[in-house]
Design a protein around this ligand. Structure first.
Ligand SMILES: Nc1ncnc2c1ncn2[C@@H]1O[C@H](COP(=O)(O)OP(=O)(O)OP(=O)(O)O)[C@@H](O)[C@H]1O
Ligand SMILES: [Mg+2]
Length: 397
């Protein structure tokens, strides 16, 4: 039986005037949400280290540390005594002094320029930012001074460096003035962070303006070398920093192209899942096109090494990791690093939302859980550092 009480039809028509007021309402809501998001979070603080941790980082025995502390003429920091048991703890800065003096890790010889490592993969969420920041911190724990450069408008690396991109970072603090041609190099943008010997060139949403500014320059001057703005801007900083690590966005943007061309080494983190693997092959396809385009323009451009790091590796029974690992071995050969970063409940946890594995002092889940993820990161940092140490020594001969 046909009902004569049909529901009234919804009127979905909207005029452009109404659209204007809708956008105003949305703006008010967004401001509210923004206020909540920007509610003060505790500023980041670098961890401190116990004697055992210090000894491990220096690659020496605890007794050696105690011996040096007891020596009258020792100039190394003695740390401070804390807690009821009066155990000795060392700040990050003190720890780095010890590492430089006591470990047998080699430093960059004087007169040799620092190196630029770019972390890239067009696949979103492939752990680029986590890898870039952990590598940077891990290298400072090998006595190096490191600059990280955030080329992603999402600014996650900036946040990991303890800055609130939305609040603390203005356009002029980013790479934009260099892109606009208002600055000659990136020295103006280098910021100290909460982590000793880790400096950052931050990002914020407005850096996406580079995607319009760069092609505009090319339209004005067809010969403008648009791919080397960032690389050229970083050159003078290579004297000051042992490593410059660039984090890129998950897309082939002008900023990403600049990052790729600035690097003299590249690390591609790859999550061993089928779709990620396929997308990584697409990355190399596009990157190869880029290299062909620039081969004549930059005949001397070379990478000291290109590495693929399997990351967030799920070693569970139903994981695709074994099969994707075997594809990766075939595809990438010795580019594939011998160390893998496992999927970890520590990294994935909420406690690490604005932090990395190196920011944690203690983990409620226990030292073993922490070491399971920390050890491979240490190993990764060591591999990268040692590649360059060999190169630096060669350069100094
Ligand atoms: N080993 C790991 N175990 C578990 N979770 C991880 C691990 N490494 C990274 N993650 C998590 O994976 C997510 C993506 O990582 P990250 O932001 O570093 O990727 P990305 O490639 O920089 O992403 P985007 O493409 O958006 O820039 C983050 O939530 C991070 O905490
Ligand atoms: Mg990222």
């Amino acid at each position: 039986m046909k009902s004569n009480t049909a529901l009234p039809k919804l009127n979905r028509r909207i005029t452009i005037q109404e659209m204007g007021t809708f956008s105003d309402k949305l703006l008010i809501l967004m401001n509210d949400i923004r206020e909540q998001m920007l509610a003060p979070r505790p500023r980041k603080r670098a961890p401190s280290y116990t004697i055992s941790q210090l000894a491990q980082l220096c690659g020496v025995d605890r007794t050696r540390i105690n011996y040096v502390i007891g020596k009258e003429d020792s100039t190394l920091p003695k740390g401070s005594l804390q807690g009821s048991g009066k155990s000795r703890v060392f700040t990050l800065a003190e720890t780095q002094d010890w590492i430089r003096a006591e470990s047998n890790i080699l430093m960059r010889p004087e007169g040799v320029l620092g190196d630029i490592i770019v972390v890239a993969n067009f696949k979103g969420g492939s752990t680029k930012t986590t890898t870039a920041m952990s590598l940077a911190q891990g290298l400072t724990l090998r006595g190096k001074s490191v600059l990280v450069v955030d080329l992603d408008p999402q600014a996650s690396l900036t946040e990991l460096c303890g800055m609130y991109a939305e609040q603390d970072v203005a356009e002029e603090d980013t790479v934009l003035p260099l892109i606009y041609g208002d600055e000659e190099n990136l020295g103006y943008a280098v910021k100290e962070t909460y982590w000793k010997n880790l400096y950052a060139i931050p990002a914020a949403t407005p850096i996406s303006a580079a995607e319009f500014a760069i092609p505009k320059k090319v339209m004005q001057d067809r010969n403008f070398p648009f791919w080397r703005i960032i690389g050229d801007g970083l050159q003078p900083l290579r004297e000051e920093f042992d490593y410059i690590i660039i984090d890129t966005s998950p897309s082939m943007s002008y900023l990403t192209i600049n990052g790729l061309m600035a690097g003299n080494a590249m690390v591609m983190p790859l999550v061993p899942e089928s779709l990620d693997f396929i997308s990584s092959t697409q990355f190399w396809g596009l990157f190869a096109d880029l290299c062909r385009t620039f081969a004549n323009l930059e005949p001397n451009k070379a990478f000291d090494f290109v590495s693929v790091l399997l990351s967030k590796v799920d070693n569970g029974p139903s994981s695709a990791a074994p099969i994707v690992r075997s594809w990766s071995q075939r595809a990438y050969g010795d580019w594939l690093l011998p160390v893998e970063i496992p999927l970890s409940s520590v990294v994935g946890s909420e406690a690490l939302e604005f932090a990395t594995i190196y920011d944690i002092e203690n983990w409620p889940g226990g030292k073993k859980t922490l070491d399971r993820i920390r050890d491979p990161f240490d190993e990764f940092c060591k591999l990268v550092d040692e590649e360059f140490i060999v190169k630096w020594q060669g350069a100094n001969k």
